[in-house]
Design a protein. Structure first.
Length: 159
């Protein structure tokens, strides 16, 4: 279980969220190489979610430029028939499970235009302003980390 507590970090960035972060729940293992392997499964199928996945802009595994980074609360949007309403929500706190994107999204653009790098501590949230920062805590051992929320999601049930 992961617990997230909202913190105000600067005028334009506030935040906390239920975030995708496996680093607190488990440590992913993979072989380091200069090129990311092709995903064997399409994790974000347009037919299932109702929106297209962003294009993969690189296949490199390391030293990816962030890009993007503009601050935005965002407009309402729909995924899988459900509407999401982005908003600033001071004091937001949520307990739940975190997950990790991995290869399927590596090198693709995030919702705020950054390039997702599976080796960085970033997160997704369906309604927080982008970017925001969140403290993610492993409730089993008390370890915590602050992550940059730069993407929308997760859309899997219970995440």
């Amino acid at each position: 279980m992961v617990h997230i507590v909202k913190r105000s970090l600067g005028l334009a960035m506030a935040g906390a969220a239920c975030a995708l972060l496996a680093a607190c729940a488990s440590t992913p293992t993979f072989k380091h190489s200069s090129v990311a392997p092709k995903a064997t499964k399409e994790y974000f199928a347009e037919k299932e979610y109702g929106v297209k996945a962003s294009p993969r802009v690189t296949t490199k595994r390391s030293r990816l430029a962030r890009g993007g980074g503009r601050y935005q609360v965002g407009k309402p949007y729909q995924v899988r028939g459900k509407w999401y309403y982005p908003k600033e929500e001071p004091g937001y706190s949520k307990t739940g499970l975190a997950s990790w994107y991995g290869d399927a999204f590596h090198g693709r653009l995030t919702a705020n235009g950054e390039i997702y790098d599976m080796t960085h501590l970033t997160a997704a949230h369906p309604t927080m302003p982008l970017p925001s920062y969140a403290r993610v805590t492993n409730l089993d051992n008390g370890a915590s980390v602050i992550v940059r929320v730069n993407d929308r999601g997760p859309y899997a049930h219970g995440r």
